[in-house]
Design a protein around this ligand. Structure first.
Ligand code: PMP
Length: 427
């Protein structure tokens, strides 16, 4: 207080003034988008608040909706086994791990969950982090450094990009799923780099297609790099028993160096994991800042994820139903002339519409008809590739899927003549 008063009284000459947040280009972008929405009469479709657990259906503002905006692909979020396990964990451990796992935050559920995850991939070990996003940031940030190179698919998730940035490694991207492009990058590399990591996603989060893992493994055999596969949208989805991309292709999961996944989707919890060799896991548990210096995964969430994995293994029909629904959605959408991009029709099916505001308006129009689906706009996808991203669940009915597709096609058609590009506005 005294110091503040003294500074006030002294009225020192101003050396430098902090920039106002309002003057940042980032804020100007937000403001322009908001103004464009207002001028074109497009209400903000984001941050709709749900009154219930949102699965195949939901309730928003007291109204019921068919919902295509939930990660709960296998409807495990409201499963009684998940709820009972979580409640039991609360009674025993409270909500928080209350410390980093290194120092008093370790609970039995952590080890049990990590053992189960390692078992899914048939590898030595696994380690869990408090979010999927943090998992990519912490693991890549820990394993790679300024002497290293990361090569990744151009559609890789933002969390992996953040990890690369943190690591300080050099970065090269290859065209989406283009193995020739990947090989041409590998061919031209000098041997200057200490370590090389290639990152792909099992199912791509915005496009719903699958990495060409057999081809990447062939390149790995010739060019010798670490391979990391992000299974966020593939665990419980791909493969006959839902074990993911390796099962889908009939590959040996131990040929992949780093399996990454999130607990927020088919295992109805929150958190992320890395699975691989014991040495890899030992390194991360000792050196990854996002693990060492962060609170341990909540025992409640660990218990919920264990129960989610149990369900996934005990009830493979959920994976089968999801597959049927995804394929039906894709088939109907294509028949209706919608642009579903590259999706193979499983967990994620996009409907690409072009301008960001067109996607936002389409989302609003569908909401008015009882269908909740979110627009994905720039910068999450390239400019002009805005889309509605339909998350398919095993609990959607055939009628819900057919109706949602028909409505999407009809509403999109009715927007055909409306101009949505920012260029159409004088701002
Ligand atoms: N990887 C991918 C491919 C994702 O789509 C996401 C987010 N959905 C994450 C990582 C981060 O996971 P989480 O949302 O559980 O933090």
């Amino acid at each position: 207080r005294n110091r503040a008063e003294r500074l006030n009284r002294q009225s020192l000459p101003q050396q430098r003034q902090a920039i106002r947040f309002e003057d940042l280009p980032e804020f100007k972008r937000v403001a322009t988008q908001r103004m464009a929405g207002e001028m074109l009469g497009v209400a903000n479709p984001f941050y709709r608040s749900h009154d219930v657990a949102a699965g195949a259906t939901t309730r928003i503002g007291g109204r019921e909706f068919v919902n295509f905006a939930s990660y709960d692909y296998l409807a495990t979020n409201t499963h009684p086994h998940v709820a009972a396990s979580a409640k039991e964990a609360i009674d025993r451990f409270g909500i928080s791990a209350s410390a980093s796992r290194l120092v008093a935050g370790e609970r039995p559920a952590h080890m049990e969950l990590e053992k189960k995850l390692a078992h899914v991939y048939g590898v030595d070990a696994a380690v869990c982090f408090v979010s999927g996003y943090l998992t990519n940031v912490a693991a890549i940030g820990c394993l790679m450094g300024p002497q290293d190179l990361v090569i990744h698919d151009e559609f890789i998730h933002n969390s992996a990009l953040a990890g690369i940035k943190l690591s300080g490694a050099a970065r090269r991207l290859f065209k989406h799923n283009d193995m020739e492009n990947l090989e041409s990058i590998l061919k031209t590399l000098s041997s200057d780099f200490r370590r090389i990591l290639v990152i792909v996603e099992g199912i791509y989060s915005m496009d719903g297609d699958v990495a060409d893992l057999p081809a990447v493994l062939e390149l790995k055999a010739r060019y010798g790099f670490w391979l990391m596969v992000d299974e966020a949208h593939a665990l419980g989805i791909l493969g006959k028993t839902g074990r993911g991309t390796f099962e889908h292709f009939g590959l040996d999961p131990r040929d992949i160096d780093i399996w990454m996944g999130t607990l927020s989707k088919t295992t109805s919890s929150c958190g992320g994991y890395i699975a691989g060799s014991s040495a890899l896991v030992d390194i991360l548990k000792a050196e990854a800042g996002g693990f060492v210096y962060s609170v341990g995964l909540s025992p409640v969430l660990a218990a919920a994820a264990i129960a989610g994995l149990d369900i996934l293994q005990a009830e493979p029909e959920r994976t089968e139903r999801l597959g049927r629904n995804g394929r039906l959605f894709l088939e109907c959408a294509r028949a209706a002339g919608l642009d579903t991009g590259l999706s193979i029709g499983r967990s994620v099916v996009p409907v690409i519409v072009g301008d960001s505001l067109r996607a936002a308006q389409l989302s609003n129009d569908l909401l008015a008809e009882g269908v909740n689906v979110m627009p994905i706009i720039h910068p999450a996808v390239p400019e002009g590739m805005a889309r509605l991203r339909f998350f398919i669940t095993c609990n959607h009915t055939e009628e819900q899927i057919r109706r949602a597709v028909a409505l999407t096609a009809a509403k999109l058609k009715s927007l055909e003549d409306r101009k949505f590009g920012l260029a159409s506005l004088d701002i």
